[in-house]
Design a protein around this ligand. Structure first.
Ligand code: ADP
Length: 300
């Protein structure tokens, strides 16, 4: 089974003609509320593809939390690990201007209250997981506690977003680390490879820092897969992208599922690239994620 340990947010979106300056009020469009958060997105992406998926997360005892629980369950996610209370549900307040640029304020809320103790209390979920997928929208100490609690037979997939420097034992557990260009360069910090234009150089440096394998997502160019034996670029079929929100989460959820059912890393990335390509052709995040039947075979 796939276990996603991470964030769940309500995304509150208002269209505006222009952003308010300090002290100013502007009128906007009707409010649209979407389920989001990287953990919630990954879980929905995997479950919609057919994965047996559980989510370990924390939400508030409020209307946003109930919306998130309902949407996870509707997608088929096991929500027994979704803890309730301690703070309001995490929220992203998003304004979108006519050129499509976003301004976002995130209130982590309950996500910031998911503790190492919560992880230790969920030992049955951890024990049932063949793959555990993590991101960084929950406390880093909770991510580290999860990695340290998983058994040797459980594979760890980690998307370092928003980017933060990882403890060496966490990086050493990643199989793979899944990073976009920005995240890869951030993790390399002062390493000379961060100045390199070649994603293979970032992957090589991240492997040298201890990650067991590395996947660099490259937007329309697909992804690069690397482990100690070498690296391979998996291109994407060209598509008409309308909204890339959540594409990385769809990619990682799909990848984690395929690894859990026994694909090798390269095959799993080939599938995830096709899932990401479908997700960007539709608006929104979770609502854009495909079923397995909607993911076309190569060349179709
Ligand atoms: P993030 O959304 O985390 O920045 P990317 O932009 O690299 O990550 O996108 C993640 C994956 O989604 C890519 O590896 C690719 O498979 C797919 N994807 C993203 N943008 C496009 C695009 N314009 N065309 C086709 N696939 C895309």
């Amino acid at each position: 089974d796939l276990l996603v340990v991470g964030s769940a947010n309500a995304d509150l979106v208002i269209g505006v003609q222009r952003r308010p300056a300090a002290g100013e009020t502007v009128l906007g469009s009707d409010l649209v509320t979407h389920p989001g958060g990287k953990g919630g997105n990954q879980a929905v992406a995997a479950a919609r593809l057919g994965a047996r998926t559980a989510l370990l997360a924390r939400i508030g005892d409020d209307a946003h939390g109930r919306l998130l629980l309902d949407t996870q369950r509707a997608a088929g996610v096991d929500t027994v690990g979704v803890l309730v209370g301690g703070a309001p549900t995490g929220v992203a307040l998003i304004t979108v201007d006519p050129s499509g640029d976003n301004s976002i304020v995130v209130s982590p809320g309950a996500n910031a209250r998911l503790t190492p103790g919560d992880i230790h209390a969920a030992s049955a979920l951890l024990a049932a997981a063949t793959v555990v997928s993590l991101q960084l929208e929950i406390p880093l100490e909770t991510v580290a506690a999860t990695v340290r609690a998983v058994g040797p037979g459980t594979r760890v997939v980690l998307n370092p977003s928003p980017p933060a420097l990882l403890p060496s034992d966490v990086l050493a557990a990643c199989d793979p680390l899944v990073a976009n260009e920005h995240e890869a360069r951030y993790l390399l910090a002062d390493h000379p490879a961060s100045e390199d234009a070649d994603p293979a150089a970032w992957a090589t440096a991240l492997l040298a820092r201890g990650s067991r394998s590395v996947v660099i997502t490259l937007g329309a160019a697909g992804a690069l897969v690397a482990d100690r034996r070498g690296h391979v670029h998996i291109p994407s079929e060209p598509v008409d992208a309308v909204d890339t929100t959540g594409a990385g989460d769809a990619f990682t959820g799909a990848l984690a599922w395929r690894l859990g059912v026994g694909d090798d890393l390269e095959s799993a990335v080939r599938f995830a690239v096709r899932v990401g390509a479908v997700a960007v052709t539709r608006p929104g995040a979770q609502q854009s994620f495909p079923t397995a039947a909607e993911v076309t075979a190569p060349g179709e």
